[in-house]
Write a new protein. Structure first.
Length: 124
């Protein structure tokens, strides 16, 4: 497994496999963009070197689950998952580890059975 030193918020040594290099190319490291992306806990934004370094440092992965269901006209249908993802990003920052991308899952609730944009899971 590839091991890399953990990056500090002030580090300018961003590895070439970091998505920020591909996304922002030759932006100056002084801009803070590269450091911000390199320090993220969101697994989908990291390159293999950063993932290996973090798993070596703290072998913990957070898996946010959420539903797509109707919450009324004033709230997004993905509210549960968005809250879970935000909570796990905070938890990973506090306790270490990486956060997997959000997984969406439908729940069967009679009250929302015919609601718009609700994804249902049917047991067969």
């Amino acid at each position: 497994m590839l091991a890399m030193p953990a990056l500090s918020p002030t580090s300018t040594n961003i590895p070439s496999d970091c998505p920020s290099r591909r996304l922002f190319g030759s932006f100056s490291a002084k801009s803070g963009i590269l450091e911000t992306l390199a320090m993220t806990r969101q697994l989908e934004l990291l390159g293999p070197g950063h993932i290996a370094a973090e798993i070596t440092r703290c072998p913990r992965v957070w898996l946010p689950l959420g539903t797509i269901e109707y919450h009324g006209q004033h709230l997004p249908v993905g509210l549960d998952g968005l809250q879970a993802h935000g909570l796990y990003l905070d938890a990973a920052e506090f306790a270490g580890g990486l956060v997997y991308p959000q997984l969406w899952r439908g729940k069967h609730r009679l009250i929302y059975l015919n609601a718009p944009l609700t994804i249902l899971r049917h047991n067969s």
